[in-house]
Design a protein around this ligand. Structure first.
Ligand code: FAD
Length: 429
């Protein structure tokens, strides 16, 4: 691959003062988003990250940061400078008494596990995978499940970032307006270098996997949400649904119209000889229980409705699959997340039920996603920023009371809009 010719070929003066490439095509995990940035840099320290942003400012180039590339929306694309943050990775401090942890922005969620545990701490919740970098997870309000558990973004208490003036600045709890913007910023406030999160004392989880019919799932709907720390399920429209996500199906049962349910609750044990790897009933350190695999490629749309509308919204999606999209056989995942205060958080002011639709790469899934978007409109859904969605500025104006404040803060941090790309400019420019 040769370098693009829409910027001057790099010379000593025009090249960023950090290792860079001009021939790197970036593609996301799902393979549905790609770009060939003019410069791809991989800073090894804060100074190199700062140098890269200052270079972009000087040359009039836009900048986007990339984490682990697990978003399937067009968040990362840029023809300017792509900042691959993977080498800025380390847990930089913990405070057991305050239950806090600091980490560099490129630290993966996976890398928190052993490191925090050694300090008697753990992340309070995690999602289905742990491959994301912490700044990437924060940028899109990545979440797990549990009605009393907030997203990663709800735990952000401090951040150090490079703003659109090419300065390193910090945002802490004394600047609530800015912090609420930084908690879910889709990379538009600047390049995050280091973050501090609320964490918890370390804990063990007991897993319980069951396979109820849909009638059984609905019969215990509220009690399951209320009585489990983590409750989530994947409803299967078809006997082959589990296989599509490598989930073990229920022995002896056709999975059609059944749920693969996950319950994780805190277990108190004397010592680790009590841990268990028994399928469907693991007992382990919290961070080893959460990641669910999901290694095969897929595309997702994920919408969030108020919890009180959760059951009706799931049934609307089931009806859509049964009546108009029989070919959609992937399980529909359903989770819960606690409300928070971040301006652009999908959970802002709303305890939410999360509905995730999955489709196969290489198939034409657009009509299914458009139809799902349409049938869910009556529930005023918000969308996962890192998954395929149909959000527009006017929709955001209706759905996010903090939108104007977020945009003001964004403009204060980046008046020239160097951290915007086409996708984010339309939403937050
Ligand atoms: C298999 C799979 C499972 C998933 N499971 C879940 C789940 O359980 N729950 C859930 O909520 N989501 C889930 N997601 C979605 C995923 O968590 C989000 O898309 C997340 O944002 C990806 O993080 P990343 O590190 O890959 O970031 P990327 O996708 O690389 O980037 C996401 C955003 O973060 C910004 N960014 C990255 N680094 C920085 C930085 N240093 N400074 C500023 N901005 C930065 C980027 O500019 C971009 O806007 C899943 C996705 C996949 C593919």
């Amino acid at each position: 691959m040769t370098s693009l010719n829409h910027v001057p070929a790099p010379t000593a003066a025009a090249a960023p003062p950090v290792p860079y490439r001009t021939d790197a095509t970036w593609t996301n995990w799902g393979g549905n988003q790609s770009a060939t940035p003019a410069f791809t840099v991989q800073p090894r320290n804060e100074q190199e990250a700062l140098d890269a942003v200052r270079f972009a400012l000087r040359e009039g180039l836009p900048v986007r940061a990339v984490g682990s590339g697990h978003s399937s929306s067009p968040l990362v694309q840029t023809g300017g400078v792509l900042m691959d943050m993977s080498r800025l990775s380390a847990i930089t401090g913990t405070d057991k008494r305050q239950r806090r942890a600091r980490a560099m922005a490129g630290t993966t969620i996976n890398a928190f596990g052993d490191a925090l545990w050694a300090q008697g701490l753990a992340l309070g919740n995690q999602g289905d995978i742990d491959k994301q970098q912490i700044a990437g997870a924060l940028a899109t309000s990545t979440h797990g499940s549990g009605k009393d558990l907030g997203s990663f973004s709800s735990k952000l208490r401090w951040v150090k970032l490079i703003n659109g003036y090419g300065e390193i600045v910090e945002i802490g709890e004394g600047q609530l307006r800015e912090l609420r913007a930084a908690q879910v910023a889709l990379g538009t406030l600047g390049v995050f270098l280091e973050v501090e999160l609320d964490v918890e004392d370390k804990y063990y989880l007991q897993e319980q996997i069951t396979y109820p019919t849909w009638a059984e799932t609905t019969a215990t709907w509220q009690s399951d949400i209320d009585s489990n720390r983590h409750y989530s399920f994947l409803w299967c429209p078809d006997s082959d649904s589990c296989e599509l996500l490598d989930l073990p199906g229920s022995p002896g049962h056709d999975m059609t119209d059944r749920s693969y349910t996950k319950r994780y609750n805190v277990a108190h044990i004397q010592d680790e000889s009590e841990l268990s790897t028994r399928e469907g009933a693991r007992l382990d350190r919290s961070y080893r229980i959460y990641p669910g695999g999901f290694t095969t490629q897929f595309h997702e749309l994920e919408y969030f409705v108020r919890s009180e509308d959760g059951l009706a919204a799931v049934e609307a999606v089931q009806d859509l699959i049964r009546t108009r999209h029989h070919d959609q056989k992937y399980p529909v995942e359903v989770r819960w997340v606690k409300a928070d205060d971040a301006y652009m958080s999908q959970f802002q002011g709303r305890d939410s039920t999360v509905i995730t639709l999955t489709t196969k790469p290489g198939t034409d899934y657009w009509q299914f996603f458009r139809d799902a978007d349409a049938v869910l409109q009556e529930f005023e859904p918000r969308a996962h920023w890192g998954k395929i969605h149909f959000m527009t500025r006017s929709r955001l104006e209706r759905l996010y009371p903090g939108l104007d404040t977020f945009i003001q803060v964004r403009r204060e941090f980046d008046p020239r809009g160097i951290f915007l790309n086409d996708h984010t400019r339309a939403l937050f420019g």
